[in-house]
Design a protein around this ligand. Structure first.
Ligand SMILES: C/C=C/C(=O)SCCNC(=O)CCNC(=O)[C@H](O)C(C)(C)COP(=O)(O)OP(=O)(O)OC[C@H]1O[C@@H](n2cnc3c(N)ncnc32)[C@H](O)[C@@H]1OP(=O)(O)O
Length: 299
């Protein structure tokens, strides 16, 4: 059934206030397979920039039936983050989520693009801009625009400059969901089968976090504060327990293209990836003392 474009595009912006503690930051890091002490120990804890995807998350998208969307149709299609300052390891943030456009992909489906600005409630500073594209299978055919002019970042036609391997665990989705995405698709075999999958799949945002970690390790020497932008398109679902292989193409001093493959199946899970380093422009103003100490110690 095509979605109800007129209703959906008029959906008012959704404001979400979210308080999180160092425990939540550590849980997110474990959910994306982190092992570095800096991300899993409360003493001088550093939040991964990818954690912005769960900050002020407004909840599972449009479950309301009047929009002509059912949760079974929804797959995560694209994700990007831009960091304007570092994610705090604890605090209260305010997110405002808005639908930017809805694309009609005909028989294939529809793409609903959303953007979320995340501010620190303490000083109202903008922390991150989080853009999400949701692919609604079967939601197309409503007579809408087919493109917004944005093109996926091209992957170079040459061998990658680097590869970083990051194994996921069998219980990865079970850990990741505790950061707030309780979609049964990722844990309940019957619900996964009802959506056409053999078994529960990993959250797309968990795969995204793994890719971010691989890029931070492969391109920034493990210094998470240097990642300022990360974006990619989801092309094949990942199953918990599979090994991810992130291929990196250096495109400039602080910029890489990337793809993330599932090693066991040789399929591409994330593509059209783009990452930028150098850190948020005003980052030194935002780095707390513990973090500065860790950086100077090279941790
Ligand atoms: C709530 C759920 C949470 C999750 O975490 S789910 C897990 C993470 N997500 C995934 O695993 C999704 C993996 N991707 C896929 O399964 C497939 O990939 C899609 C079903 C999303 C699309 O595949 P296909 O139906 O075969 O479409 P096409 O023929 O490749 O492309 C049709 C049009 O759709 C655009 N498109 C394709 N993939 C995406 C995408 N991932 N995000 C946004 N747009 C997409 C193309 O460009 C094209 O458009 P043009 O006809 O105008 O050229």
């Amino acid at each position: 059934m095509p979605l109800d474009y007129e209703r959906l595009i008029r959906m008012p912006p959704r404001e979400t206030i979210h308080t999180f503690t160092t425990r939540d930051t550590i849980l997110y890091a474990l959910g994306i397979g982190a092992e570095r002490l800096a991300h899993i120990y409360e003493d001088g804890l550093i939040a991964y920039p990818m954690m912005s995807v769960i900050a002020a998350y407004p909840g599972f998208f449009a479950p309301e039936p009047e929009y002509g969307v059912t949760p079974r149709q929804v797959l995560h299609g694209e994700q990007s983050i831009r960091l304007h300052r570092m994610m705090p390891a604890a605090g209260t943030v305010r997110g405002v989520t808005t639908i930017t456009d809805i694309l009609d992909k005909g028989a294939k489906g529809a793409v609903v693009n959303l953007t979320r600005s995340i501010h620190d409630v303490a000083d109202d500073s903008l922390i991150a801009t989080v853009d999400t594209g949701l692919f609604l299978r079967g939601g197309g055919g409503f007579g809408g625009i087919t493109t917004n002019g944005r093109r996926p970042h091209p992957i170079p036609d040459r061998p990658a400059d680097k590869e970083v391997r990051t194994p996921t665990r069998e219980n990865q989705a079970a850990i990741y969901r505790l950061s707030g995405d309780y979609n049964p698709l990722h844990i309940d075999p019957a619900r996964a089968q009802a959506m056409g999958f053999d078994k529960p799949i990993l959250h797309g945002l968990c795969t995204f976090g793994f890719a971010g970690r691989a890029l931070i390790e492969g391109q920034a020497g493990g210094d998470a504060s240097r990642l300022s932008r990360l974006g990619a398109r989801f092309s094949t679902p990942v199953f918990p327990g599979e090994t991810l292989l992130t291929r990196i193409w250096i495109e400039g001093k602080e910029r890489v293209a990337f793809q993330t493959l599932v090693e066991e199946r040789g399929v591409i899970a994330l593509t059209n990836g783009l990452a930028e380093f150098g850190g948020p422009s005003q980052q030194d103003d935002c780095v707390d003392d513990a973090h500065r100490t860790r950086r100077s110690q090279g941790k």
